[in-house]
Design a protein around this ligand. Structure first.
Ligand code: DGY
Length: 328
């Protein structure tokens, strides 16, 4: 059909959202469980008016330069560290993301990881599966209390706030560092402290910052050294916020008590990665937003961002609104 924009979607997305896009566009979907090879991304974007990308696709300067017709980038994620937003802005290309709708689902997952690590759930299950459960024993598989413990939230933004609400229900003392909405702290009784105090005093430290030049390796050897030797680190933000080698050392040498990670660096990690050999480390495959309802909402929002960009309308959720400056 004539004049229908061409769109590249870098993974299979929920059917309703795909149907919305197909109603207006010629669509190429990378319909595989693996990531599209870089050459495929370069080849497809060079033909595309719009791209709907996953967080695994590097939409960097080279890709943006190859995408000579591109009018919109819609990321299927709230985070957009996979996109060179400056390069897109320079070309006047709006970049969309999916904020808000995955907040509560991600907070559920962060709190689930916290509880699973505190109460040693994966180890307990292995114990049962391996037939080691012979009797009730007062000293077996002892974990840590969550109620009454101190939770340190690094980044009291939308998701950090949703985690704080859950922590309130568990009667936790809540500290936070970073985040600019005073209402979030007022509502949850979270107390603002410097990073060092948060690391020293928290039983659980949970990360909710985007990955930027400033936050890369925010938590490394020096930060682990400040933490309690029983402390548990929870990461549902981005793997790169933590120095992985330092984390492995800290977990191996009892510098901290444990870690529960939804994100890793690199990602994915191989099954024989040192982190996966440690009993005090839980790893989930970046599934914090993975519920049927939330993924459907993310797909819908990403589709609507994409279609708005192709129609020349303002994206409902745009991370570089400066592209609209001076446009009528
Ligand atoms: C995001 O949206 O940035 C999450 O990491 C994926 O759920």
């Amino acid at each position: 059909m004539e004049n229908r924009p061409c769109v590249f979607i870098s993974r299979t997305i929920p059917a309703e959202a795909l149907a919305l896009i197909e109603a207006e566009c010629e669509v190429v979907v990378w319909d595989h469980d693996t990531q599209p090879p870089r050459e495929k991304v370069l080849a497809e974007v060079s033909q595309a008016d719009g791209v709907l990308s996953m967080l695994t696709e590097k939409i960097d300067e080279e890709v943006i330069a190859a995408a000579t017709k591109l009018r919109v980038i819609s990321n299927f994620a709230v985070g957009y560290d996979n996109i060179d937003v400056d390069a897109a802005t320079e070309r006047g290309i709006p970049v969309g993301n999916t904020p808000g709708i995955l907040t509560e689902t991600t907070a559920d997952h962060a709190f689930m990881l916290l509880a699973a690590a505190a109460r040693r759930l994966p180890e307990s299950m292995e114990y049962v599966k391996q037939g080691k459960w012979q009797t009730w024993n007062p000293t077996t598989l002892l974990g840590q209390d969550i109620h009454g413990a101190t939770l340190g939230i690094i980044g009291l933004g939308r998701i950090g706030h949703a985690v704080a609400k859950r922590a309130q229900g568990f009667g936790m003392r809540i500290l936070y560092h970073g985040g600019s909405n005073p209402q979030y702290a007022d509502e949850t009784g979270a107390q603002s402290v410097d990073l060092e105090t948060l690391l020293r005093e928290s039983d659980f430290v949970t990360l909710h910052v985007p990955l930027t030049d400033e936050t890369r390796h925010l938590i490394g050897k020096d930060e682990f050294a400040l933490m309690k030797d029983s402390a548990i680190l929870i990461n549902t933000a981005r793997g790169g916020v933590v120095d992985t080698d330092a984390l492995v050392d800290a977990l191996k040498n009892g510098v901290i008590g444990g870690a529960a990670l939804d994100v890793t660096d690199p990602e994915p990690i191989s099954p024989n990665h040192p982190l996966l050999q440690l009993p005090n480390c839980i790893v989930a495959p970046h599934t914090a937003s993975a519920t049927q309802a939330t993924r459907a909402k993310m797909a819908d929002m990403a589709a609507k961002n994409l279609l708005a960009g192709l129609r020349g309308e303002r994206l409902p959720h745009c991370v570089n609104p400066e592209v609209y400056e001076g446009r009528s």
